[in-house]
Each structure stands twice: as structure tokens, then as C-alpha cells.
Design a protein around this ligand. Sequence first.
Ligand SMILES: NC(=O)c1ccc[n+]([C@@H]2O[C@H](COP(=O)([O-])OP(=O)(O)OC[C@H]3O[C@@H](n4cnc5c(N)ncnc54)[C@H](OP(=O)(O)O)[C@@H]3O)[C@@H](O)[C@H]2O)c1
Length: 401
Amino acid sequence: MPKVLLIGAGGVGAVVAHKCAQLPEVFSEIVLASRTKSKCDAIAAQLPRPCVTEQVDADNVPQTVAMLRKHKPDLVINVALPYQDLHIMDACLEAGVNYLDTANYEPPDHAKFEYKWQWAYHDRFKQAGLMALLGSGFDPGVTSVFCTYGRKHFIPELTEIDIIDCNAGSHGQPFATNFNPEINIREVTSQGRFWHDGKWAETPPLSVKSPFTMPEDLGTLNIYLMYHEELESLAKHIPELKRARFWMSFSDNYLKHLEVLGNVGMTRIDPVRFNGVDIIPLKFLKVLLPDPASLGPLTKGKTCIGCQLKGKDAAGKDSAVFIFNICDHEACFAEVRSQAISYTTGVPAMIGAKMMLTGKWSGKGVFNMEQFDPDPFMEDLNLYGLPWRILNQPVFQTPNL
Ligand SMILES: NC(=O)c1ccc[n+]([C@@H]2O[C@H](COP(=O)([O-])OP(=O)(O)OC[C@H]3O[C@@H](n4cnc5c(N)ncnc54)[C@H](OP(=O)(O)O)[C@@H]3O)[C@@H](O)[C@H]2O)c1
């Protein structure tokens, strides 16, 4: 019976552990490993069935290989940080274990994510007879599945994608990020980038904004154009795609704090000499900010993440749909003691793992989400906590770019 080994005991790791524990028929054994074992033990103590815990530094490949050889899992779910992706992929290759993650590799000293480093592992995974599934969170992850589902069932000629990620929730803290602060702030302060007429175009960070009225009376928020990793794999796998953009909501309060932190140098990722030691300001800032896992009991409200898809239907007529999920922070906390940002990432990680372990998604090599049949994944989203809806009309008037 399948055994899964999770690496990373943060906000997302906790949700994946809870959701895997709810499905003993798929995940018969769970091992939870992370840099700080006490965090694994705290999560294991909340689960309804036994979960073995381990201490590991996933940047140490021989150490990770030894752990994998000891436990012999069928699959590693990597929910540590993007910096660990390549090291964990190396360990999986050496120990002969399949691999899944939720975030694209990033070099620690350069705030840039690109699939080229992980795509370069394709032949090695293929030759080893192993599968690696990249980006099985919500965005990236479910957003790609929404796109392939819309293309399969409604808009076979999919020319335009707008991914819209709104958080209408509030945690009441002066400034906090909903997932790892370092990764979040690196992403948000990067250049905006979007796919336009078959090539990439760039905008200064957070310089393009537009109001967006969410469905189901959730209200109107300002959303900002950003670069996000699924744009790269969608542009690769959907050849007819002409335009693809990613938008995220931020409150004025969040942006005010971010601007000041940026102005004073606190978001820098280069070393600064302080009292004879090198410190990286953003890493230091992370220590000062609330741990995202601590926001669970404080966060109220809902998230709304969806994809507006435009193109031509099977009859060649112009067509548009919006496929989206709404997730309630407090309901997530009641179920797995996490807020909706960790929940919306952890549930798709569990479903991606289920797709692999049950053979619904299979292959040898390195794959992105949009390379597989979206239907079984979409069915599982409805079953395991992230129900979706479709509106057969455009919901967002995209600004001219
Ligand atoms: N696709 C999506 O929709 C989406 C959305 C949100 C987040 N994510 C991704 O999900 C991942 C987890 O995010 P999170 O919010 O859970 O982050 P987090 O709360 O900071 O948790 C990260 C965990 O990884 C552990 N870790 C870090 N370095 C490690 C190492 N070298 N060896 C072993 N463990 C290590 C940390 O250990 P310590 O406790 O010792 O620090 C921590 O337990 C990130 O990659 C993030 O980018 C994806």
C-alpha cells in the first residue's frame, strides 16, 4: 500500500498531512520530515492516525537519500521552500522515488523563478522510470487544471487567460504574509511579466492595477498584474495562447508597509555586514513577521481564485468562461487548523499525489499540471474541500496593456 513522505512542516505541510491522513485507502503510511522535528511532532499529534516524523536538512542530499532509503516511500511531497526543489529532486533520483512539489525552483541569491532548472531533469527522471509533478498547489496547480478543463470542455481554441487570485480575508495584523514571508515578498516585488502576442512583456513591480468585483457578493478589490510561474508552463503547453496574465489582490495597508520596507532596504536579498556578520535583510524580516501558521485562528473572510478564459468554442464562436473556487478561512481552520492560503495549496498537493499513486496521472519524466487530463482532478477538488463553479460569461474587463 502506498507510502508518502512529506518534506516541510510549515503551513502547507500541515494541511497536506491532515488531508493525506483523511484518506488511509490512498495514503496508507505517512512520514513527515522537516528541518525542525518538533514542528513535525506538533502536526503529527493533531492527526487522527499515526505519522512517523523525521529531522532532515533537505539541502543535504546524502542525508535526504539516507532517509528515503530508510523509509522507502512511493512518493515525496516537497512542501519545504523552493530553494530545496533541486536538492530533493536529486535525492529522489538517487533513491528511486517519485516527486511532487507546489512551487518552482528559485536560486536563493536571485529572486527569479523559471522552470528551466527543473525541466532539465526530465531525461533523468524518464531514464530512471520515475515521475515528477511540478506545481501541484492552487496557483500554480489548480489554475492550470482550470485552464485545461475549460479548453477541453468549452473553449478548444484558448487564446486568452487571466488568472485572478483574490484574498478578501483579514487576519487583523498590521502586516503579515499568508505564506512564507520571504518567498511571498520576493514574488511580489519582482517585475510584472505577461504573455502577449507570443512573447513576454514586462512592467515595473505592481504598476498595473484594476478593480475586480468577485462573484457571490464578495465585494470589489484592487488586483495587480504580477508574474507567476504557471504563465510559463501554460504558454509552453497551449500553443494557440496569445495572452496570459496573472493578477493578485493586495490591500492598501499591505502595499503601504511593503513600500516602506522596500524603501529602507528591508526587502533586499543581498548580504549586509552587521556587527561583523553578514545578514540578509529579507531573511531577518521573516523572523520579525508573524509565522503564517499562526494566522489560522485569526483569519476571517474568504478567498476567490479563478481563471477567466477566452477564445473560440467548438463551433468557432467567441466564448468566455470564469472557473473559480471560493474558500472560507474559518471553515479551513475548523477542519485542519490552517487558514485558506495554506489550505488551498495543501489540498491540491494531496490530490496531485493521489492522481500519481492511483495511476490516474502517470508518466516517466518531469511534468506540469496542464499535461494531464483535468477531469479526475476536478472531481477530487469537489470531493476534498475545494468545490468550483463556472460562469459562462466574462467577469473581468482587462485593462489595455
Ligand atoms: N502553489 C501554490 O499555490 C502555493 C501557495 C503558497 C505556498 N506555496 C509553496 O508551498 C511551500 C511551503 O510554504 P509554507 O507557507 O508552508 O512555508 P513555511 O510555513 O515557511 O514552511 C516551510 C517548511 O519547510 C521547512 N524547510 C525549510 N528549509 C528546509 C530544509 N533545508 N530542509 C527541510 N525542511 C526545510 C521549514 O522548516 P523550519 O520550520 O525549520 O523553518 C518549514 O517547516 C513553499 O514552497 C511555497 O512557495 C505554494
